[in-house]
Write a new protein. Structure first.
Length: 98
């Protein structure tokens, strides 16, 4: 039996990071900027963008709106605290609808 947070760590979090990275690059951020905002390496961001990481978890309705809002806030605030809070919100949104 997998605990909810174990599933989130292995499947949901990579999906969220990948989707936020894609949303941030769509809004004009470079891979390097996205890496700095998300606390990742540029190579990790590249893997998210090329669907080598993330992209394998079925998301729930309302998830895309959560990702767009999170990406916008992360870009505006550039705050790691805000990012943690927003990622947790998106994770809860995804897992609550499963």
């Amino acid at each position: 039996m997998k605990l909810p947070c174990e599933e989130a760590l292995w499947y949901v979090l990579p999906q969220i990071r990948a989707d936020i990275a894609r949303e941030l690059t769509r809004s004009g951020s470079t891979q390097k900027e996205v890496a700095e905002l998300l606390g990742l390496t540029p190579s990790a961001v590249s893997q998210y963008l090329h669907k080598k990481r993330g992209g394998k978890y079925k998301t729930a309705p309302g998830y895309k709106a959560c990702i767009k809002k999170a990406a916008k806030e992360i870009k505006e605030t550039k705050s790691q605290d805000a990012m943690s809070r927003l990622i947790c919100r998106c994770c809860k949104e995804t897992r609550s609808k499963q």
